[in-house]
Design a protein around this ligand. Structure first.
Ligand code: ADP
Length: 189
């Protein structure tokens, strides 16, 4: 199910519902944990589908960092292993209850900004995001969605970021949330 929703600064922004591991884009984004250790949710799905090389690269990154966990909002990049995507950008969303709402929003926005910065640094042109933090990390989807959309659109205006950007939602409710949010913005602008 694909709905092309709007174009910003030459980038097509889409909402799809489905499994992010199936998307053939330059990079998919993983909602990782601070130790890049793999886990449940979208993280588990990406490592299962991508095979062991992604986790090996994650371990190397952690070694280079001397074991220092990623802060909420940080992002790193690995290859895509056996995935159709060439790269995986691992970003750590905020655990909602650990922050004030304003701080959580800022950290969540940083996940999207830093992921897009890595995309640019690697000369990549297409990316898919899951709804970061809205699963195990407890961020209310209806609060997270406008932050994700607003941040991404601001970044697309600011930089020649990419040609195709996908919000990959898993559940039907998230799909509608994103469609409505993008629809509201394209209607207004
Ligand atoms: P977090 O720990 O950041 O909350 P989760 O993986 O628990 O991350 O959830 C983030 C979002 O990813 C949730 O909306 C969840 O439904 C969604 N999700 C889970 N599996 C997949 C998948 N295979 N593809 C896309 N989204 C997924």
């Amino acid at each position: 199910m694909v709905a092309t929703e709007l174009t910003r600064n030459g980038c097509r922004v889409e909402v799809v519902q489905g499994d992010i591991t199936q998307l053939a884009v330059d990079a998919i984004v993983n909602a990782a944990n601070p130790w890049l250790a793999g886990g449940g949710g979208v993280d588990g799905a990406i490592h299962r589908a991508g095979g062991p090389t992604i986790l090996q690269e994650c371990r190397q990154i952690m070694e280079q960092r001397g074991g220092r966990p990623l802060a909420a909002g940080e992002a790193v990049i690995t290859g895509g292993g056996q995935l159709p995507a060439r790269y995986v950008i691992h970003t750590v969303g905020p655990v909602y209850r650990e922050w004030t709402p304003a701080e959580a929003a800022e950290r969540l926005a940083a996940c999207y900004r830093n992921s897009l910065a890595l995309l640019r640094q690697h000369g990549l042109r297409s990316i898919a995001f899951p709804a970061i933090s809205t699963g195990a990390y407890g961020y209310p989807p209806e609060e997270a969605c406008p932050i994700a959309v607003r941040t991404v659109l601001e970044e697309l205006e600011r930089h020649d970021a990419c040609e195709r950007l996908i919000f990959c939602t898993f559940g039907a409710r998230d799909y509608e949330l994103y469609r409505q949010e993008l629809g509201r913005i394209s209607g207004a602008g």
